[in-house]
Design a protein. Structure first.
Length: 341
C-alpha cells in the first residue's frame, strides 16, 4: 500500500484525501493543516491523523481541543509520497522539507512550473512523471484544456488553439473575494497564464488564452476555438470526445443550460460535495467551420484535478502504467457523469 500524506487540507486537499481512501492500493498516513478550523475537525472525525503544518501553531490545536498526531516532519517521514495542496507559493517553501526526508512530492497548479521536474496531466504526459521526485499537477483550467487538446492533437493535429476563459471570482468558501459586482479582464494583457501553462504539457503547441473574471462561484467556462491540421466534421469530433473517460458531453435534451444545473445534476447523481471531475462539453456547441473547431466547456475548479493527483501518486511511485492507473482511478471514484443520459 502506498502511504500518502496530504499537506494542506482545504478545497483540494480534503478531496484528494477522500479520493486516496477510495483507492485499493493507497492509504492516508496523515494530513497537515495550519489552523484548527472546521476542516481540521472533519479530518479527525474521518480518522485521519492530523499534523500541525507549522510547529509554532501547534498550541492553537491544543487550545481548540483538536488532537494532533505530530508535526510536518513526522508526516513527511511516515509517507511514501506527499501531495502538497497548500496555497500558492507554500508548496515551493515546503520543498526543502520533502527533500530533507527524501520523500517525493506532488504540487498543485498554483505553484510555478519550476518547482517540479515535470508538469502533469494523466491523459497527456503520464510517463513523464514516472519515478520523478517532484511533480506538479497543472491547474484546473490547464487540466481541462489538456484533456481536450490531447485527443484532438492525436486525431487531427492542432495548428492553433484560442481560448477565452470566463473564470469564477472565487470558490464558494472564499468569502474574502466577494461579494463583487463586476466583470474584469484577468489579466488585461495577452496571454493569461493558462496558455503558457498548457505549454508545460504540450511544449510545441500554439495557444493563446484570454481571461475574464465574473462574480460567480460555481465553475469556469471556456469558449474554445481550435484550428485543426486535418479535416473533421462536428459529429466525428463529438464521437471522439464522447469516448474520452474524463469528458461529459452534455446532450441538448438534458436541459442543462449552465454551470448551475451541472452542479445540480452532480448533486442529484450522488457526487460528494457536488464534485464534477469531468470536462463538461455542450454537445450542441461543437461546430466546424472550415478547419476551425468551436465549443463551450465548463470546468469545476474545486475537483477536476483530484483524479489527476491520484494518477500522479501512481506515476511518481512507478506503481502502475498510465492505462492501469486511469482505469483504476475512474472506477474507484465513479467517473462517468452523465453516461446514462
Amino acid at each position: 500500500m502506498i502511504q500518502v500524506g496530504v499537506v494542506g487540507y482545504g478545497t483540494i486537499g480534503k478531496r484528494v484525501a477522500d479520493a486516496v481512501v477510495a483507492q485499493r492500493d493507497m492509504e492516508i498516513v496523515g494530513v497537515a493543516k495550519t489552523s484548527p478550523n472546521f476542516e481540521a475537525e472533519t479530518a479527525v472525525s474521518k480518522g485521519y491523523n492530523l499534523h500541525a503544518a507549522v510547529e509554532e501553531r501547534r498550541e492553537l490545536f491544543d487550545d481548540a481541543g483538536i488532537p494532533v498526531a505530530g508535526d510536518l516532519d513526522d508526516l513527511v517521514e511516515a509517507a511514501d509520497v506527499i501531495v502538497d495542496a497548500t496555497p500558492s507559493g507554500i508548496g515551493a517553501q515546503n520543498r526543502d522539507v520533502y527533500e530533507a526526508h527524501d520523500t517525493p512530492a506532488i504540487y498543485q497548479g498554483g505553484e510555478d512550473a519550476d518547482v517540479a521536474d515535470t508538469s502533469f496531466n494523466a491523459r497527456a504526459n503520464y510517463e513523464d512523471a514516472i519515478g520523478a521526485d517532484h511533480v506538479r499537477v497543472v491547474s484546473c483550467n490547464t487540466t481541462g484544456l489538456s484533456r481536450l487538446l490531447a485527443p484532438l492533437r492525436e486525431e487531427y493535429g492542432v495548428e492553433k488553439a484560442r481560448v477565452t476563459l470566463v473564470r469564477r471570482g472565487g470558490d464558494p468558501g472564499q468569502t474574502g473575494r466577494g461579494p463583487i459586482d463586476d466583470i474584469l479582464p484577468d489579466p488585461v494583457s495577452l496571454p493569461s497564464h493558462h496558455g503558457p501553462d498548457v505549454k508545460t504539457i504540450f511544449p510545441d503547441i500554439s495557444i493563446d488564452t484570454l481571461g475574464l473574471k465574473v462574480p460567480a462561484t460555481l465553475m469556469h467556462m471556456h469558449s474554445v476555438n481550435v484550428t485543426l491540421e486535418s479535416d473533421a466534421d462536428a459529429e466525428a469530433v463529438r464521437d471522439l470526445l464522447a469516448e474520452e473517460s474524463r469528458t461529459f458531453l452534455v446532450p441538448g435534451y438534458a436541459g442543462i443550460d449552465g454551470s448551475g444545473k451541472l452542479k445540480e445534476f452532480a448533486l442529484d447523481s450522488g457526487r460528494s460535495r457536488g464534485d464534477v471531475w469531468e470536462n463538461c462539453i455542450w454537445a450542441d456547441s461543437i461546430a466546424i467551420r472550415g478547419n476551425d473547431l468551436y465549443l463551450f466547456q465548463a470546468i469545476h475548479q474545486e475537483s477536476d484535478v483530484v483524479p489527476e493527483n491520484v494518477d500522479a501518486i501512481r506515476a511518481i511511485t512507478d506503481s502502475a502504467s498510465k492505462a492501469e492507473s486511469i482505469a483504476t482511478t475512474n472506477e474507484t471514484l465513479g467517473m462517468g457523469l452523465g453516461r446514462d443520459l
